[in-house]
Design a binder for this molecule. Structure first.
Ligand SMILES: [Ca+2]
Length: 323
């Protein structure tokens, strides 16, 4: 049976790869994507997602959601991701988002799927928090929520304490973890840093795959590679595509445990810090946190996907030149 899912995304770099996995993995029934403020400018994120549809030669409805965090000003990760697509551009005429708001679309799709909808949230949790505020039962209607965010008693990325998605909208993250979802967390550290980094060896293999998807991957990951190497991470990071992969291929998860996850909203120093309590502090578990994956299996999952031949309807350009 295909797995019905929605991807809630701040589309840049690995978000693009995650959307490709949702579009092109045979067992996935991607019902739509919902856009949330995060990595790069909102309208740029929309373009990045449309370019992802283009390279996949496959489109699903795109719903625009929150352009700002719940109560804070937006902060970008453009220093990490650039425009999030390595300078790629194309003719966007005819590519239009749906008129329905992302929050309404999430609620409607949950109704239509009658308890079978999965949500993979790979940006700040603003849209998910708004959906559960608009309709608290949304939390129990969603079969499985996979959240990319936080670190499991390990270092952050945007600050020492915090990972970007939870830092940008900590109030939203707190609402979501208090809401009663069946939620699985894909943390930044140590999981992503240990097991979802593609080093130069893997990137060289991808560069040799002669498909539009592989060329696109190399472009969208290029800016992040330079940033990562400048801060001591030996390759490109793939927590968002891992989040889609663990939903579609649960056998990739080799170790996980129950935690109580709560988010810091009061402090500026530790804003967005995810306290992940591992069961010895008397707190009720509210999340499954992934601790280890089959890293080779995940790499092969993405390499297989990038090896598919697609026929993108539009040509991409870089700085006005066709490529
Ligand atoms: Ca993301």
């Amino acid at each position: 049976m295909p797995i019905p899912l929605v991807i809630d995304t701040d589309t840049a770099q690995d978000d693009c790869v995650a959307i490709l996995a949702g579009l092109l993995t045979p067992e996935a029934d991607l019902r739509g994507i919902t856009m949330v403020a995060g990595n790069v400018g909102f309208d740029r994120q929309v373009k990045n997602a449309f370019m992802t549809f283009n390279v996949a030669a496959k489109q699903v409805p795109m719903y625009l959601g929150s352009r700002l965090p719940l109560v804070r000003p937006w902060e970008s990760a453009e220093n990490v991701h650039g425009d999030g697509a390595g300078g790629l551009d194309m003719d966007f005429s005819g590519f239009e988002p749906e008129a329905e708001h992302a929050v309404d679309a999430l609620l409607r799709m949950a109704d239509e799927a009658a308890g079978e909808l999965n949500v993979v949230a790979i940006g700040p949790l603003t849209n998910i928090a708004l959906a559960v505020r608009k309709r608290p039962e949304f939390a129990s209607q969603v079969k499985h929520l996979v959240v990319m965010g936080g670190s499991n008693n390990a270092r952050g990325n945007i600050t020492a304490a915090a990972e970007f998605n939870f830092y940008v909208d900590p109030e939203a993250a707190k609402i979501v973890f208090d809401a009663g979802f069946n939620v699985t967390v894909v943390p930044w550290a140590p999981l992503t840093l240990k097991q979802a980094v593609f080093g130069r060896d893997v990137l060289d293999r991808i560069a040799q795959i002669e498909t539009p998807l592989a060329h696109f991957f190399t472009s969208v990951c290029s800016a992040t590679l330079a940033f990562d190497e400048s801060v001591g991470i030996p390759g490109t990071t793939h927590p968002d595509s891992l989040s889609v992969a663990v939903l579609l291929r649960p056998e990739l998860v080799t170790k996980s445990a129950q935690y109580n996850v709560d988010i810091e909203t009061g402090s500026e120093l530790t804003r967005g810090y995810a306290a992940m309590s591992w069961g010895v502090h008397g707190l009720a578990a509210n999340a499954t946190v992934i601790e280890e994956i089959d890293a080779d299996g995940f790499r092969d999952f993405l390499l297989d996907m990038l090896g598919q031949t697609t026929q993108p309807p539009r040509e991409f350009t870089v700085a006005g030149s066709k490529i």
